[in-house]
Design a binder for this molecule. Structure first.
Ligand SMILES: C[S@@+](CC[C@H](N)C(=O)[O-])C[C@H]1O[C@@H](n2cnc3c(N)ncnc32)[C@H](O)[C@@H]1O
Length: 278
C-alpha cells in the first residue's frame, strides 16, 4: 500500500473508533513509524510501504483507537517550542498550560526571579521558564516520584539540569525560602467528575487529576501556604478548572491577596488566576 492509501485506511479506522482529528493522528503515527516529519509524508504520497513499516503502524493505530493518548504513543510532546518526553508517569501537558507559560514569559520582569513550580509533572512549566530565563532560580516540586523522575529526564535532555532543582514535596511542605513567583497547575478535577472524562484523560495518573470532592481543594491549600512563601509583591499564578474561578477569586480576596485578576484561555474559559501578596 502507498503512503496515501495507508493514511486513508488509518484515518477511517480511527474515525470509526471516535478519535478526534483522525487524519492528524494517522499522519503523526505514520510519520513516527517512518522517522519523518508530517510534512514529508505529503511529498511522498505514492511511496509503497513495506511490511516492516506496516506492522508497527497497525499496532499504534490499534492502541490509539483504544484511547491511548497520541503523545504516549509518540513518546514526546511539543510544549512552548521544546520537545518533552511524555509517558504514563505524568500528565500529558495541555495547550492551556502552554498559554499560561507564554503569558508568564511576557510578564516576568526580573530575569533573576526565584520561581517555584508546584506539581511540576513532566516539568513543562519549570523547564520552559528555565529555558527562557537562564538566570532565574527555579525549583520544581511534585508529590509523585514517577513525575519527578520524568521531569529530571526532561531537564537532562534539554540541558537544563543545572538550572532547575527538583524536590519531592506535598505542595510547599518541604520547600524552603521565599519566591517571586509561585506557579501551579495542580489537580483540579472533582472525584465525582471521573465518569465525564475521556478515555485519553483516564491514562493520566490519578494523582495528576483528582483533588477531592470539590476539585479545588489543593488549589485552596496552596493559596493558604503561598502567603508565607511569597516575597513582598510576589505573584501566585494558578491554572484552575472549569467553573472554579468565582470561589477561588473570593478565597484570594479573603486571604488579602491584591491585584487579583483572572484570564481566559483560548476557549473562553476562565482558566488562570493571578494575585500578588504583601
Ligand atoms: C495537573 S498535573 C500538572 C503537571 C504539569 N505541571 C503540567 O502542567 O503538565 C498536577 C501535578 O501535581 C502533582 N500533585 C498532585 N498532588 C500534589 C500535591 N499535594 N503536592 C504536590 N504535587 C502534587 C501531580 O503528581 C501532578 O504531577
Amino acid at each position: 500500500m502507498t503512503v496515501l492509501k495507508v493514511l486513508q485506511a488509518a484515518t477511517a479506522h480511527l474515525k470509526k473508533h471516535d478519535i478526534e482529528n483522525p487524519r492528524l493522528n494517522a499522519e503523526h503515527l505514520l510519520a513516527h513509524v517512518l522517522g519523518r516529519n508530517r510534512i514529508e509524508l505529503y511529498l511522498d504520497f505514492e511511496r509503497k510501504l513495506t511490511e516492516t513499516e506496516l506492522g508497527p503502524l497497525r499496532e499504534l493505530v490499534k492502541r490509539r483507537s483504544e484511547g491511548e493518548p497520541l503523545q504516549h504513543l509518540l513518546g514526546t510532546v511539543e510544549f512552548c517550542g521544546l520537545t518533552f518526553l511524555c509517558d504514563k508517569r505524568a500528565m500529558v501537558p495541555r495547550p492551556e498550560t502552554e498559554e499560561l507559560v507564554e503569558f508568564l514569559k511576557s510578564e516576568i520582569q526580573d530575569s533573576k526571579s526565584q520561581i517555584v513550580d508546584v506539581g511540576t509533572g513532566s516539568g513543562v512549566i519549570a523547564l520552559s521558564l528555565a529555558a527562557e530565563f537562564p538566570e532565574a532560580r527555579i525549583l520544581a516540586v511534585d508529590v509523585s516520584d514517577d513525575a519527578l523522575a520524568l521531569a529530571q529526564e526532561n531537564a537532562a535532555r534539554l540541558n537544563l539540569s543545572d538550572r532547575v532543582q527538583f524536590l519531592k514535596s506535598r505542595l510547599l511542605e518541604n520547600v524552603e525560602g521565599i519566591f517571586d513567583l509561585i506557579v501551579a497547575n495542580l489537580p483540579y478535577i472533582s472525584t465525582g467528575d471521573r465518569r465525564t472524562l475521556s478515555r485519553e484523560v483516564l491514562h493520566d495518573p490519578e494523582v495528576s487529576l483528582f483533588a477531592g470532592t470539590r476539585g479545588d481543594e489543593l488549589v485552596r491549600e496552596l493559596i493558604d501556604q503561598a502567603l508565607s512563601r511569597l516575597r513582598p509583591a510576589g505573584t501566585l499564578a494558578l491554572e484552575i478548572g472549569l467553573g472554579q474561578s468565582e470561589a477561588l477569586l473570593s478565597a484570594l480576596a479573603e486571604k488579602n491577596y491584591r491585584d487579583i485578576c483572572s484570564k481566559n484561555d483560548y476557549n473562553g474559559v476562565t482558566r488562570f488566576l493571578f494575585a500578588r501578596y504583601g
